[in-house]
Design a protein around this ligand. Structure first.
Ligand code: C5P
Length: 286
């Protein structure tokens, strides 16, 4: 009988409050200047230790997510096994609430939760745990952020992180039309040959939180022009968020989710009624 208690984890979604693509790098990735904000919208993950060394997953709530080695949670657990040289295995149950491939970081967050959770479940020592950010960055550019969560300024590919003491006194409405925007395509459109410098995103947020006109003037997502040109309905979502009373609206990541910031929950809930037929949720920064 397995006496180890199961471990229950919450893996939050994120939005990018500003996303500047600075330059294409020799390794093919792009340097970014962005602020990640973790949200109260979460996937749920249950881990149970296995003594036979196997890593297995069952996914509930989203048939599009694979249950084989291409699942990022499975790759996370397997990468940790190799790094730790452990013979322990894990059974993963992943209950999806965050839409996949939507610019909300769901798959990256799930992988980070499995990394941190399995390290604890297997009782790995500090020597192995210090490598978690490196393992996370190899799994995906957004994964290191989710090891920490909260609100963070990110540079490099997204793995150079700095915690921000910012409070976001807004309710977030997420709208997803179901459109899938391929991330490599989006980077190709934006990465071009030109370079741009990073703006003072943190300064803009500090001034813009009490005065959202500053957010509207200074916080951009560099993917929007190309993605909105290709998928005009997403520009329409952003316009309708503003028409519905959002103080600020922006696409998250490379899309296709567009979020609106509202002054309070009732404003977000009434705006939500304008998006019948689309996936929507009202949530808060964590
Ligand atoms: O790291 P991740 O798996 O999220 O990246 C997916 C794809 O997005 C990469 O293969 C690359 O084309 C692009 N990407 C990038 N620069 C980043 C992050 C992602 O070019 N900083």
């Amino acid at each position: 009988m397995n006496m180890t208690p199961e471990m229950v984890l919450r893996a939050p979604a994120k939005i990018n409050l500003g996303l500047e693509v600075l330059r294409r790098r020799p390794d093919g990735f792009h340097d970014l200047n962005t602020v990640f904000v973790a949200l109260d919208l979460c996937d749920e993950i249950v881990l149970n230790e296995r003594t036979d060394g196997a890593v297995a997953i069952s996914v509930v709530g989203d048939p599009s997510i694979p249950s084989d080695f291409s699942n990022l949670c499975v790759r996370a657990a397997t990468a940790l096994q190799s790094a730790a040289g452990t013979a322990n295995g894990v059974d993963i149950v992943l209950r999806k609430h965050i839409p996949a491939g939507a610019g909300l970081g769901g798959g990256s967050s799930d992988a980070a939760a499995v990394l941190a959770g399995a390290a604890e479940l297997w009782g790995l020592d500090a020597g192995v745990r210090q490598h978690l950010p490196t393992i996370a960055a190899e799994l995906g550019s957004d994964v290191p952020f989710f090891l920490q969560g909260g609100i963070m300024l990110a540079g490099g590919r997204g793995e150079r992180l700095c915690a921000l003491d910012l409070a976001l006194p807004f309710t977030v409405l997420l709208v997803n039309t179901g459109r899938h925007v391929p991330t490599p395509w989006a980077y190709r459109q934006v990465g071009r040959t030109s370079e741009r410098s990073a703006t003072d995103l943190v300064g803009t947020l500090r001034r813009g939180i009490p005065d959202p006109a500053v957010l509207r003037a200074g916080v951009v997502n560099d993917f929007e022009p190309a993605v909105f040109e290709e998928y005009p309905e997403l520009a329409g979502v952003k316009r309708r968020l503003y028409e519905s009373g959002a103080v600020f609206a922006l696409m998250s990541g490379s899309g296709s989710t567009v979020f609106g910031l509202f002054e309070d929950e009732s404003a977000a809930l009434s705006a939500r009624e304008r998006f019948a037929g689309m996936w929507t949720t009202v949530t808060q920064p964590l």
